[in-house]
Design a protein around this ligand. Structure first.
Ligand SMILES: Nc1nc2c(ncn2[C@@H]2O[C@H](COP(=O)(O)OP(=O)(O)OP(=O)(O)O)[C@@H](O)[C@H]2O)c(=O)[nH]1
Ligand SMILES: [Mg+2]
Length: 496
C-alpha cells in the first residue's frame, strides 16, 4: 500500500501491460441504417373437420416485426459494436387452426449513456440515463388472418392482410461526452506516448506527424477507485477549422471532452505559439471551446532545448503548466508514469511527481479539487472552491465541510497510528513467544495468527468506532441541511 503515499498516481497494475500491438481506436461516431422487421402475413384457411366439412375460417394473424431499439448502458463506452446496417427480425406468418404467428423479439442494442441520434443533421433523440431507450425503427404489424374478417354477411372471407413493412431510417449516432480529458496538441507533441504512460491504451507512437488518425481512450485508475477516461486525439495543425490536416472531423471529438490538456512540445522554438494556434483553432471551430477547464502539459522535458524554453513559456501563458517527460520511467508506480524534468521545477512550473498530477486550482476550475491520499489518515484531502460572491449560507456550509474534513483527517490519522503501533507490538510479542526470542527478525505471522489481532483490535475499539459513527451522522445531517439551504437559495436566485 506504499504507493498510496505518492501523489496523484494511478492504481497499481494487477497484471502486466499487454504485449499485443493490436490497437482499437475509439469510435464516438457511427452512421447506421436501422430497419424494423416486417410483420408476418395473415393466413387464409378454412377448417374442415370430421362431420363438418365447412367449419369456418381459421386463418390466424401474423406476428409483429421487431423494433430496433437502442438502450443506454454503462457497460459499453464506445460505438464500435454498431454495424452500418441494423435490422430487426420479421414476425412469423399466421397459420391455420387459429395459430397466430410469433412476434419477433425486438433488436436491442446497448449504447453508452449520453448517446445522441441525428437524422438529416437534426437531433431526434438522446439517451440520458441507464436503461433509457430510443426506438430507432418500428417493426411492421402482423397482418390479419381471414378469421378476423368474418362477419354476419361474409362467413367465409377469402381475404387476409400482408404484414406491415418495417420502417427504415438512417441515423448519425454520436457520443455527447467521449472522455473526461482530451489531449490536444500539434502532431508529434507526444500525446500518444503520454496516454501509453498513464493507461493501458496502446495507440501507435512514431516520430512522423499524424501517426494517430482516430481517437484512443485510456482509463486512468486512481487509488480511490475513481476512473478517468483520457482521449488521445489526432494532431491539430494551423487551419484545422478550415478543414486542413484532419480538419473538422477531428475537432468534433474535442467537443466531447469535459476538459482539455494542451500537450506542448517544449523542445520546439517558441512553444507558446503552439498554444496560441491550438486555442485559436478551437475557438474558430466553436465559440467558447477553448475556455473549457484546461491545463498545459509541457512535454519532452528531458531535452535540453525544452528545459531552456520552459521558463520563457511560463511567462507567456496564463494557464497551469505541468512538466512531463515520457522518456523517464517511474519505477515505483508500476507504470511508465510521467515525471517532471528538473528544468521545469526550477522554472517554477506547477508540476507533479508521477501520474497525471493535474495541479488545478479550485478557483480556476470552478469546483472543489481532491488531492492525493494523506499518508497518515489515508483520506484524500479536498480543497474547497470559494464562490465569489459567497453568501452567508454558502460560507457557513463551506466552513462546516472544512471543519468536518479536519475532524475526519485527525480521527483517522490517530486511529491508523494506534493500529500500526498495536499491530507491531502484537507481532513482536507473538514472534517472541513462538521462537523464544531467537532470530525472529525476518519471520512473519500467518493470516490465521493475525486474525486474533484483528478481532481483538476491533473489540477494543468498538466504543470509539460507535462514537465516531454517531458524530459522523450528526455532522452529515447538519451538512445535508446546510447543503439543501444553499440549493434552495440558488433556486430562488435563479427564479428571480
Ligand atoms: N525526448 C522525448 N521524446 C518524446 C517524449 N514523448 C514523446 N516523444 C517522442 O515524440 C515522438 C512523437 O510521439 P507521439 O506520442 O507519437 O506523438 P503524437 O502527439 O501522438 O503525434 P501524432 O499522433 O502524430 O499527433 C515519438 O518519437 C516519441 O518517442 C518525451 O517526453 N521526450
Ligand atoms: Mg499520436
Amino acid at each position: 500500500m506504499d504507493h498510496l503515499e505518492d501523489k496523484y498516481i494511478p492504481l497499481k497494475r494487477t497484471k502486466n501491460k499487454s504485449q499485443k500491438t493490436e490497437v482499437r481506436p475509439f469510435v464516438d461516431y457511427r452512421s447506421v441504417q436501422t430497419t424494423g422487421g416486417d410483420g408476418g402475413n395473415g393466413c387464409i384457411s378454412f377448417l374442415s373437420v370430421f362431420m363438418k366439412e365447412f367449419a369456418g375460417p381459421d386463418g390466424a394473424d401474423g406476428g409483429n416485426g421487431a423494433h430496433v431499439i437502442f438502450k443506454g448502458s454503462r457497460d459499453v463506452r464506445s460505438l464500435d459494436h454498431l454495424t452500418s446496417v441494423i435490422s430487426g427480425n420479421s414476425g412469423q406468418p399466421g397459420h391455420n387452426k387459429d395459430c397466430t404467428g410469433k412476434n419477433a423479439t425486438n433488436t436491442v442494442i446497448k449504447v453508452p449513456v449520453g448517446t445522441i441520434f441525428k437524422s438529416n443533421g437534426n437531433i431526434v433523440g438522446s439517451i440520458e440515463e441507464e436503461g433509457g431507450v430510443f426506438v430507432a425503427a418500428r417493426g411492421g404489424a402482423g397482418g390479419k388472418g381471414n378469421a378476423f374478417f368474418t362477419n354476419n354477411i361474409d362467413q367465409a372471407p377469402r381475404i387476409a392482410e400482408y404484414g406491415g413493412k418495417g420502417e427504415t431510417i438512417a441515423y448519425e449516432v454520436e457520443l455527447r461526452i467521449m472522455a473526461d480529458v482530451g489531449l490536444i496538441g500539434f502532431p508529434n507533441a507526444g500525446k500518444s506516448t503520454l496516454l501509453r504512460s498513464i493507461s493501458r491504451a496502446r495507440p501507435k507512437v512514431a516520430s512522423y506527424p499524424f501517426t494517430t488518425l482516430r481517437p484512443h481512450i485510456g482509463i486512468v485508475h486512481y487509488a480511490d477507485l475513481h476512473q478517468l477516461a483520457v482521449a488521445d486525439l489526432p494532431g491539430l495543425i494551423e487551419g484545422a477549422h478550415t478543414n486542413r490536416g484532419l480538419g473538422i472531423d477531428f475537432l468534433r471529438h474535442i467537443e466531447r471532452c469535459s476538459c482539455l490538456l494542451y500537450v506542448i512540445d517544449m523542445a520546439q522554438p517558441q512553444p507558446w505559439l503552439q498554444l496560441q494556434v491550438l486555442r485559436y483553432e478551437l475557438e474558430q471551430y466553436k465559440y467558447g471551446l477553448s475556455s473549457r477547464p484546461h491545463a498545459v502539459v509541457a512535454n519532452k522535458m528531458d531535452l535540453i532545448e525544452a528545459q531552456v524554453n520552459v521558463s520563457e513559456f511560463v511567462r507567456h501563458v496564463d494557464l497551469p503548466v505541468v512538466g512531463n517527460n515520457n522518456k523517464k520511467k517511474s519505477s515505483d508506480a508500476g507504470v511508465g508514469a510521467t515525471d517532471t524534468g528538473v528544468g521545469a521545477t526550477e522554472a517554477g512550473v506547477g508540476a507533479s511527481d508521477a501520474g497525471v498530477g493535474l495541479v488545478l486550482d479550485p478557483q480556476e476550475v470552478g469546483c472543489d479539487c481532491i488531492g492525493p491520499p494523506d499518508p497518515e489518515s489515508r483520506l484524500r484531502p479536498v480543497q474547497f472552491y470559494v464562490p465569489t460572491p459567497e453568501t452567508h449560507l454558502q460560507h457557513t456550509y463551506r466552513l462546516h465541510r472544512q471543519a468536518m474534513q479536519v475532524w475526519n483527517q485527525q480521527f483517522w490519522a490517530q486511529h491508523n497510528a494506534k493500529y500500526k503501533k498495536t499491530k507491531e507490538a502484537f507481532i513482536q510479542k507473538r514472534l517472541d513467544e513462538k521462537y523464544n526470542n531467537n532470530n525472529n527478525s525476518n519471520k512473519t505471522l500467518s493470516a490465521n495468527e493475525m486474525s486474533a489481532f484483528y478481532k481483538s483490535f476491533l473489540d477494543q475499539n468498538r466504543d470509539t468506532h460507535a462514537l465516531y459513527n454517531k458524530e459522523w451522522y450528526g455532522r452529515n445531517v447538519t451538512g445535508i441541511v446546510l447543503g439543501m439551504g444553499v440549493w434552495v437559495e440558488k433556486l430562488i436566485k435563479f427564479g428571480k
